[in-house]
Design a protein around this ligand. Sequence first.
Ligand code: ZN
Length: 107
Amino acid sequence: MSKCWTVRDESGNLLAILDSLKDATLLLEDYPQPETYLIITEDCASAVGELRRYIYERDECKCVACGQGLTLSQMYMHERKNRGQGGVRSRENCETLCFYCNLRAAH
Ligand SMILES: [Zn+2]
């Protein structure tokens, strides 16, 4: 089981997933009132699953590019700014894409 660091608000809502405590701390510097958030270490797969479900429901279960309705298992959680470019797995940086739009976004 691989571990990651998550940023959660006071109600326990998952906002972002980071690979290290340092990255999580850096991310919080951009949030208003950073002292009101929690940084927790937890199982990476379950945190990613939770973020994925949130993104999917927020985007109303459809591809944000072409509007196609998707099931949770069909959706691709796309990072607008990819992690190689300093993007993070966060609510702000992730969106729901279908298979084809995700392919197009990757090239
Ligand atoms: Zn699409």
